[in-house]
Write a protein that binds this ligand. Sequence first.
Ligand code: 5AD
Ligand code: SF4
Length: 451
Amino acid sequence: MKKLFIKTYGCQMNVYDSARIADSLAPLGYSAADAPEDADIVVLNTCHIREKAAEKVYSELGRLRRLKERRAEEGSRMLIAVAGCVAQAEGEEIVRRQNAVDIVVGPQSLHRIPEMIARVERREGRALETDFVPDEKFDSLPASRAEGPAAFLTIQEGCDKFCTFCVVPYTRGAEFSRPVPQILGEAQRLVDAGVREITLLGQNVNAYRGKGPCGGVWNLARLLHHLAEIYGLERLRYTTSHPCDMSDDLIAAHRDLEKLMPYLHLPVQSGSDRILDAMNRRHGRDHYLRLVERIRSARRDIALSSDFIVGFPGESDEDFEQTLTLVREINYAQAYSFKYSSRPGTPAAAARKQIPDDVKSARLQSLQGLLSAQQHAFAKSCEGLEMSVLFERRGRKPGQAVGRSPYLQPVHVDDAEHLIGMIHNVIIARALPNSLGGTLAGARPKAVAVH
Ligand code: 5AD
Ligand code: SF4
């Protein structure tokens, strides 16, 4: 039996892709290794979104080279593959920087990995594939397998928006939507295998335009309505959305579909019109605020999440202040914030007015202070409520189980291990720093020992 170790960086899309890579190598006799030391092939599935993410890959490759040399001294062979967005963006440059790498494969060519391994094993030299053929990828890769009751399902890839800071349109290519029947089939198989919650994935998931079963094009709202019909599938989510693609029927789906969870990741990046314009976001501050109002009137309790970039070239103190006021106005349940990172080849990288790192750090700190206070206040507001929890895994304490609330918060519950894979109501007892703690609703209180 051969062993495979995959290390995944970056977004949920990469998590989905890594699982597909593992599935495509299983028929060749590869099973999962616990550590690179035990593996015959190590795959780094990489992320290029910020410089730090890409640099981490090179330091990991340095470690792997030493491991590979040690293994060679012991007479065994270990292959190193770099997959994903760094592979796509840097191609041959990776091999120049680290010649221990055997395989370089972009995110649209992952289905070629088995054949690439075979080529390298036959000692035909290195293998490098960075073509853009997404339909071939999805036709050739095995469909996802269930690993627990909550699963990801990629329905769309790539991006045509070209925000001026972002590498995605270059690394993942143009927007591509998988056809509806392929998605419905994959969803049904996941449900048959015990999945109760599916998160639909796409770089621009709400721009989904997939070919329907009888011709015609379906949008995300229509797809969600059909997925909601699947018996046994209890929860639906989707991520990541662009504000310009929140169509009326998608907003209405949040009102009409009980299975669509009340949580929406809707990145805004900045609260300043001037910066939004320079970012080529195609919407202004007011557009976003009005959009949030419409979404909230469709689903009052929806929990909103966002991404922010601080220190975009030319961002003044006033621009940054506008981001803070937008955050105060919206009141987020959850958010991610980053210092702007200049990415080679993107328009913003060439902008003259880059912001010094100490200014970026100070802005990030004050934004994160505000966002974490909002996140904590949201968690506090859940105390005392009864909410449904899909239990996904065991907790640290014996008997404890951890699941997700409708608002995507992790929830820890004692004596709930037997409920893993199921949905059960929980009374939220306390807000912890990054999760909630609760007790099963309807559970009889434990007898108290009397001495
Ligand atoms: N610098 C910093 N953050 C970035 N993001 C994308 N590109 C960059 C960049 N060059 C952030 C955006 C996006 C999230 C996935 O990563 O906020 O929404
Ligand atoms: Fe990048 Fe903008 Fe596309 Fe999102 S919408 S993937 S930030 S280019």
